[in-house]
Design a binder for this molecule. Structure first.
Ligand SMILES: *[C@@H]1O[C@H](CO)[C@@H](O)[C@H](O)[C@H]1NC(C)=O
Ligand SMILES: *[C@@H]1O[C@H](CO)[C@@H](O)[C@H](O)[C@H]1NC(C)=O
Ligand SMILES: *[C@@H]1O[C@H](CO)[C@@H](O)[C@H](O)[C@H]1NC(C)=O
Ligand SMILES: *[C@@H]1O[C@H](CO)[C@@H](O)[C@H](O)[C@H]1NC(C)=O
Ligand SMILES: *[C@@H]1O[C@H](CO)[C@@H](O)[C@H](O)[C@H]1NC(C)=O
Length: 462
């Protein structure tokens, strides 16, 4: 009688073991030189979709992840990018659903209240702890392709003073990763495509002789190629020129301009083709879910009146946020057909390794008054160091208008003119941005945040 228990347990273990061997483990990604490779020695090209169904962690609903992963596999995607996760939640079900579909993940480490600010840049141990918690939660998943230190921290020419804090964050996250004995999970940054910061930010983040102080990859949110265009007409030839000789992997962390619908994703031909694939490691399409910004590849149901949105569950901003994904036509099938034809094999790690030692960082960009104002010889800020910006003295009281860092003669290079295409990036945190836009315009918000503090507000809002 008692013997039944051990044998049942044994049968259970055996079944688990069989299950484990049936699911072939996904081959882990690492950054070597200026490319990504799988542990099998093949070059890895990102074919991704941005995946953030609501402002909440999208990696906690296993049933939903399974539905989405299956359709992503049909699309030909091998990667998702997630902007916000909650490190206290259980992600096993979703991570395994995506792994089973052959899908990797780039996760942003910033939580809602820990991102680096352009207008008041600093990098402190509270932020580092928040980033570490996300890394602790995700490091052990084989399909974690990489983590992001920030998304579009710098959006204006006069934001260059924030760059050292982004770089310091990468340094500290990498040091933490290594101190914990985690695998060398690539640590990178997702940049806004700002012509006046290009290519200085890109070069700055990877220019140190000491690689512990550099990002492991750089990625760009670029909406330059809209509708029918060409490699040179779109501006991509300039992106390629800027990235030539770059010492770490680079890819598009958002792309898919929608100003000339329907989307045909022609730019993918350039990215994965002979013009760019020797330099770029692929692209993430913005975005999976259809919402008000009309960038969706799928929808979970028709858009609804605001009144319905206010009451029904799983509906935010008039869009259903879970359920069975239905392809948006023809964007979904357009992307699927384009990706199907694009399968660069790249280079084998075994052939590439010998050349890696000859890859050297590009020079740190020179400081220019009214432009890129980061002294290339300045050491990175230490953790918790009080912010001092190049060209603008001490910060501390960062009222807008007190900053003299922009100097004279920069007016033409800020604002809308700063993106080369004129097509505004949608901003992956649109609902959040909306809250801020409304909030900062409202005296009630200012009074309220002064009263309870910003983090209190965030806790309330979440
Ligand atoms: C880091 O900055 C945040 C926001 O200003 C603040 O709440 C937190 O106390 C700071 N942490 C440290 C260790 O200074
Ligand atoms: C490289 O940078 C890391 C992080 O700042 C530092 O701990 C290390 O001492 C540096 N190594 C050298 C050789 O300077
Ligand atoms: C980088 O691209 C810009 C256009 O965005 C161009 O003006 C500049 O010359 C390029 N720089 C390099 C180093 O290729
Ligand atoms: C900015 O700098 C100029 C020139 O040094 C000075 O005249 C002006 O008062 C400064 N403005 C602010 C807001 O500090
Ligand atoms: C940068 O420029 C913008 C718009 O011109 C301004 O609102 C902001 O205060 C400036 N920031 C700094 C740090 O000078």
């Amino acid at each position: 009688m008692f013997a039944r228990f051990p044998s049942l347990a044994w049968a259970g273990l055996l079944a688990l073991g069989l299950q484990a061997t049936q699911v072939a483990a996904i081959s882990k990604i690492s950054a070597v030189g200026s490319k990504f490779f799988t542990a099998d020695g093949d070059q890895f090209f990102v074919k991704g979709v941005a995946y953030q169904l609501t402002d909440n962690d999208p990696l906690v609903d296993t049933a939903q992840c399974k539905l989405d992963a299956a359709l992503m596999k049909e699309l030909g995607a091998n990667t998702i990018r997630v902007y916000h996760v909650d490190p206290t939640e259980d992600h096993d079900g979703c991570m395994s659903a995506f792994e089973s579909a052959g899908i990797y993940l780039f996760v942003d480490l910033e939580t809602f209240d820990s991102s680096i600010s352009q207008s008041n840049p600093y990098w402190n141990s509270t932020q580092l702890k928040a980033y570490e918690a996300v890394l602790d939660t995700f490091h052990d998943y084989d399909n974690l392709a990489g983590v992001l230190i920030g998304n579009e921290v710098l959006t204006m020419t006069n934001g260059s003073w924030a760059a050292p804090y982004v770089k310091a964050a990468a340094r500290d996250v990498k040091a933490y990763r290594d101190s914990k004995g985690y695998r060398k999970i690539p640590v990178g940054y997702a940049a806004a495509d700002i012509a006046s910061l290009r290519p200085m930010l890109q070069d700055y983040l990877a220019c140190s002789a000491n690689s512990s102080e550099n990002i492991d990859f750089y990625s760009l949110n670029a909406y330059e190629w809209c509708g029918d265009n060409t490699y040179s007409g779109s501006g991509y030839s300039m992106l390629q020129k800027n990235a030539t000789g770059y010492s770490v992997p680079i890819f598009f962390s958002e792309t898919g301009c929608n100003s000339a619908p329907p989307r045909t994703f022609q730019d993918q031909n350039a990215i994965f083709g002979p013009e760019m694939s020797d330099t770029w490691s692929g692209a993430i399409i913005y975005e999976w879910i259809e919402e008000a910004n009309k960038y969706g590849l799928i929808s979970y149901g028709p858009s609804l009146a605001a009144t319905a949105a206010a009451t029904a569950t799983d509906i935010v901003g008039g869009f259903t946020r879970r359920g069975t994904p239905t392809p948006i036509s023809p964007d979904f099938s357009n992307l699927k057909s384009v990706w199907k034809t694009l399968t660069p094999s790249g280079v084998k790690l075994s052939e590439y390794t010998a050349s890696v030692s000859s890859i050297t960082p590009l020079a740190c960009p020179a400081s220019t008054s009214g432009g890129w104002e980061v002294d290339p010889s300045s050491p990175l800020p230490t953790l918790d160091q009080t912010a001092t910006a190049a060209g603008s003295g001490s910060t501390g009281t960062s009222g807008s208008g007190s900053g003299n860092g922009s100097g004279s003669g920069t007016a033409g290079s800020t604002g809308a003119a700063s993106t080369s295409s004129g097509a505004a990036a949608p901003g992956a945190r649109a609902p959040m941005a909306t809250i801020f836009a409304q909030g900062t315009a409202s005296a009630a918000f200012v009074a309220y945040s002064a009263l309870v503090g910003f983090t209190g507000f965030m806790a309330w809002w979440l």
